[in-house]
Design a protein around this ligand. Sequence first.
Ligand SMILES: NC(=O)c1ccc[n+]([C@@H]2O[C@H](COP(=O)([O-])OP(=O)(O)OC[C@H]3O[C@@H](n4cnc5c(N)ncnc54)[C@H](OP(=O)(O)O)[C@@H]3O)[C@@H](O)[C@H]2O)c1
Length: 281
Amino acid sequence: MTTRIPVTIIGLGSMGSALAQTLLRAGHPTTVWNRTASKADDLVTQGAVRAETVRDAVAGTDLLIAVVVQYETLRGILDSAEGTLAGKTLVNFTNGTPEQARELAAWAERQGLEYVDGGIMAVPAMIGGPEAFILYSGSQAAFDRYQPTLARLGATRYLGTDPGRAPLYDLALLSGLYGLAGGAGHAAAMVGADAAEFTETLFVPWIKALVGILAPEVTAGSSEGSPLDMQAVVIDNIVQASRGQGLGTGTLTHLLPIMQLIVGTGVGAQLKPLIEQIKEA
Ligand SMILES: NC(=O)c1ccc[n+]([C@@H]2O[C@H](COP(=O)([O-])OP(=O)(O)OC[C@H]3O[C@@H](n4cnc5c(N)ncnc54)[C@H](OP(=O)(O)O)[C@@H]3O)[C@@H](O)[C@H]2O)c1
């Protein structure tokens, strides 16, 4: 039987617990630490080792995976193990900014700790499944060494040695998602009482069908099927209809001036001018 690399997971919220469970199922000796120790109970029954302190958690394991609520929290946790981290690798899945990732990588370097930042593009239920993927950047040597283990959590996408790259792409993807979620929320508010059925039977299938068609059009810079000036009129109509329903229009009104500016340039729905207008907005 192939020997599995021992792993330590720091942070057992929804995501850390899903990561630990997946690694345990794959046969990795898994040590866990969480501020609220009782969150390890189920994992211990599945074979995890509960560490009483952070120093105990990192002792004897070369691959440390951290996933807590924010970077400041993680620094506080790691500070308590300072002096014991040299020669190990930290893979940090905590959400943060590119600047925070670079600062933590510099701190890790002073500890002799190799640093890889990770952006999990999945929810806990997807971890270990075929649709989960995770962005990585930072030490290439450390990423290459642990890639087979990390691949158990989701498909791996390495973006280069700048530790800030993975969080940048992570936040960019989330920005797209939150934009969509804001639009979905507004759509549901417009239809009111039928919102749940509307979302399930109309909005979601409609978006799924459109994404496949529209995404290549936008990246290729083609807007033949849906001219932008037509869309600017539609957005204005949505704003008016929303007001008629007694709704706020904050999720939409920021789009209108951007679209009108692009229409003014006469370039259609191309990605490059859209990016330029967003820089100005
Ligand atoms: N859940 C998702 O869908 C998802 C998806 C992708 C990425 N992520 C990222 O994964 C990270 C964790 O998310 P999550 O969903 O697991 O969050 P969560 O369920 O709220 O868990 C938060 C974790 O942070 C710990 N924590 C918070 N404050 C702390 C403190 N002062 N000292 C020590 N530990 C502290 C919590 O410990 P206690 O249990 O002791 O409170 C817990 O382990 C976040 O950065 C999130 O953006 C989450």
